[in-house]
Design a protein around this ligand. Structure first.
Ligand code: AP5
Length: 210
């Protein structure tokens, strides 16, 4: 079984949704840089204050901040732990730094078209407390406006407004898309169709892992 896994894919492709399901089923740690940064913003830490201006614009947070953050998190887990990385790496510089620390054995690339991504993100609702994600049509919460898991009021993320979503897609194409070739050359990439039911996609991802 593969135990050091990257979830790659554009904003809204389902990395968080599938990462949570995989982490629960396999007992792996899920490390989401987006969740960590949003937590830092909420807590008002120095990292959060620095990251917020980039995140609100839909830009990437500088590599040095992200690489330092992830080095510490991965070290704290210990070598034997299964890991699912969601949202990291996002640049070749981040991928090189990760490669020095961990032997990645699988990169799962979720493939979804731009039009669908915009629809998913502008209608996504997120729990600011436990980071659970929902969609107004595709994956609605049981009680409108409230998180199924912890009961908190759901919010529209600042960067899920249409203008910022379009900017994030551009940033993805310029900075993160090259990682597809990067990991293809290493023989680690498996592309999975990211459109269809959440459960079907989950089954396809598991087949690549087990
Ligand atoms: P981050 O939080 O990582 O955002 P992202 O990569 O843009 O990804 P998303 O969380 O938007 O989408 P997702 O793929 O997880 O999709 P989800 O499962 O939620 O990063 C945010 C910001 O932080 C960045 O812009 C940057 O500023 C900064 N940052 C983070 N990491 C960084 C790094 N490494 N370097 C530099 N900066 C960094 O699903 C989306 C919606 O679709 C949901 O509503 C969901 O319910 C729905 N959905 C999921 N699957 C399906 C399906 N199969 N069918 C229909 N709907 C579905």
């Amino acid at each position: 079984m593969k135990t050091k896994i990257i979830l790659l894919g554009p904003p809204g492709s389902g990395k968080g949704t599938q990462g949570d399901k995989l982490s629960e089923e396999l007992g792996f740690a899920k490390l989401s840089t987006g969740d960590m940064l949003r937590e830092a913003v909420r807590d008002g830490t120095l990292l959060g204050l620095k990251a917020k201006e980039y995140m609100d614009k839909g830009a990437l947070v500088p590599n040095d901040l992200i690489i330092t953050l992830m080095k510490e998190k991965i070290t704290s887990l210990g070598a034997g732990m299964g890991i699912i990385l969601d949202g990291f790496p996002r640049t070749v510089e981040q991928a090189n730094a990760l490669g020095e620390q961990v032997d990645i054995d699988l990169v799962l690339n979720l493939d979804v078209e731009d039009k669908e991504l915009v629809n998913r993100l502008t209608k996504r609702r997120t729990c600011p407390k436990c980071n659970a994600v929902f969609h107004l049509e595709y994956n609605p919460p049981k009680k409108t406006g409230f998180c199924d898991k912890c009961g908190s009021a759901l919010v529209l993320r600042n960067d899920d407004r249409e203008e910022t979503v379009l900017r994030r897609l551009k940033v993805y194409r310029e900075n993160t898309l090259p990682l597809i070739k990067y990991y293809e050359k290493k023989g680690l990439l498996v592309t999975v169709q990211g459109v269809g039911s959440i459960d079907d996609i989950f089954e396809n991802l598991k087949k690549a892992i087990l």
